[in-house]
Design a protein around this ligand. Structure first.
Ligand code: NAI
Length: 505
């Protein structure tokens, strides 16, 4: 299916943060663009703002002066909505209110040609219900850009119940032609990104609530071991707790209270207190001038460690071994079930059980569980947790070994799945359910999470790397530990494990 012809007039309605960005994208791609807003002067102001933004790109040598002038010449403010009558594609980015958006679509249907496509940039409203009541609901589709639209690559192309595949394909091709990375998704609450990302926030909030560690330590683990650009606390401080909490509440309500999406009381406390994050000067962290930024808590060990024993295959943790060898640690190999022994300590990748429970179940003394890292050959920090009977001496030996590999070590309280492992397992689980329910393909879900929220790896590809049986086991253990449906494994994950397959075969 081909992209819309460049002669197609694109009308953007709503000249706020999103509308202005979308208008810029369409004009830079070569379309004549009309920008309309009910606030008098808002469209013209937004076009001036775009001109200034493009001017900065010219100064930096990233855009030619001619391209800037041509783009701005294609942008036209439209004071009256009637001026949009010749549009072939309307993208609305007005206030997030179902009734107001429906009213606008009805007005447009009376105004525009029968072929005109109506796209909505809504983050949270159903495309199906936006289209309902129109004479031609099949012309309505979601085109969900991310903020700031000129910079963020992802566009979710959202199909409602009435949207024909040909229209979704055409707007997919159009978004591509505009230099974006589109994905197809069905109109379900949160679409792909705002649904699959929920556990990223939820698991850190839960770990904090249950006393696993402080914010700075948990954030550092998600960054330095997980490879995420930011931890959940610094990220929600940036997004704004009012916004992030509202999205969680709306997804939770939309899924009829499914505990997978349960909002966090500690985030609600912040909202209630007006501690909205950076914008209010205080969230999980204090942004007042001169306020000290708390540092992650780390263990240090003076134990002397020169050798270790690897029993069996350590799976993803194997990438740690060359680091140890490069640091002069002698590594002895023998058969076994994926354990790493140093002195009295026995190290193993978490499988979602409490350390104390696993120690008891498996009859292992001095057990030290380690967390998942995106890449053990590059991580700079790793979480550990110890069983109740693990001696301080054994823990020190484990820490010393990890330090020899150049890792900073942060200890968490004994909670199942540590920090990165349970976050990634839950992200993959949510992605799996989204695939199962036809919300998106595995490839599109991974792409959406990389391009939309900058994840270092798509959660489904990441689960493939860890090994799906290990991810399934982790979730089963989390579910058993908490006794909550929140951690129930997706049927698709279970099916793929039973079939010996992967998300990306
Ligand atoms: P905004 O508040 O910055 O801008 C909305 C603009 O729409 C305002 O200029 C307002 O005057 C205008 N407006 C309101 N009702 C109108 C009407 N009936 N006709 C014409 N203009 C009208 O809002 P923002 O952040 O740009 O969001 C717009 C839409 O984009 C919402 O649907 C939102 O959910 C969605 N969105 C927002 C994202 C964000 O990060 N801000 C990200 C992705 C989607």
């Amino acid at each position: 299916m081909s992209a819309l012809n460049l002669s197609t007039v694109v009308a953007v309605i709503g000249a706020g943060a999103m509308g202005a960005g979308i208008a810029q994208v369409a004009a830079q791609a070569g379309h004549p663009v009309k920008l309309h807003d009910t606030r008098p002067g808002a469209a013209a102001q937004a076009i001036d703002g775009i001109d200034r933004q493009l001017g900065k790109l010219v100064e930096k040598g990233k855009l030619s002066a001619e391209a800037r002038a041509a783009t701005v010449a294609r942008l036209q403010p439209a004071d009256a909505i009637e001026a949009l009558a010749d549009a072939g594609l309307v993208i609305e980015a007005i206030v997030e209110n179902l009734d107001v958006k429906r009213g606008l679509l009805r007005q447009l249907e009376a105004l525009c040609s029968a072929e005109c496509i109506f796209a909505s940039n809504t983050s949270s409203l159903s495309i199906t219900s936006l289209a309902a009541g129109l004479a031609h609901p099949e012309r309505v589709i979601g085109m969900h850009f991310f903020n700031p639209a000129p910079l963020m690559a992802l566009v979710e192309i959202v199909s409602g119940l009435a949207t024909p595949r040909a229209l979704a394909d055409s707007l997919y091709a159009t978004a591509r032609a505009w230099g974006k990375q589109p994905v197809h998704t069905a109109s379900t609450p949160g679409f792909i990104v705002n649904r699959v990302a929920r556990p990223f926030y939820a698991e850190s909030l839960r770990l904090l609530q249950e006393g696993a560690a402080d914010c700075a330590t948990l954030d550092a683990l998600l960054r330095d071991a997980g490879g995420f650009r930011m931890g959940a606390f610094e990220l929600t401080d940036l997004i704004g707790h009012d916004v992030n909490y509202a999205v969680t509440c709306s997804v939770f309500a939309a899924y009829y209270g499914d505990f997978r999406f349960q909002p966090s009381l500690i985030q609600k406390e912040l909202v209630d207190a007006g501690r909205l994050g950076r914008k209010s000067g205080h969230g999980f962290y204090n942004y007042a001038e001169g306020a000290e930024r708390p540092q992650p808590v780390e263990l240090s060990s003076n134990a002397s460690v020169d050798s270790c024993v690897v029993e069996g295959d350590l799976g993803v943790v194997e990438a740690l071994i060359p680091r140890l060898q490069a640091a002069g640690v002698q590594v002895v190999r023998r058969d076994g079930s994926g354990l790493l022994r140093v002195g009295d300590a026995v190290l193993a990748l978490s499988d979602g059980r409490l350390a104390s429970q696993r120690a008891q179940d498996d009859g292992v003394r001095n057990l030290v569980l380690i967390d998942l890292a995106l890449d053990y050959s590059k991580a700079s920090r790793l979480a550990i947790t110890c069983a109740a009977d693990t001696s301080d001496g054994a823990r020190d030996q484990a820490v010393a070994l990890l330090q020899r590999a150049g890792l900073k070590v942060s200890q968490l309280a004994d909670l199942p799945g540590l920090a990165v492992l349970r976050t990634v397992a839950m992200l993959a689980n949510e992605g799996a359910d989204a695939v199962l329910q036809g919300v998106g393909s595995a490839a599109d879900i991974d792409l959406a999470m990389r391009a939309g929220v900058n994840y270092p790896q798509g959660p489904l590809a990441w689960a493939d790397t860890i090994g799906l049986p290990g991810v399934l086991r982790t979730l089963e253990h989390l579910q058993a530990s908490y006794g909550e449906s929140r951690y129930r494994p997706s049927l698709l994950l279970r099916r793929l494990v039973a079939e010996g397959r992967h998300f990306h075969d």
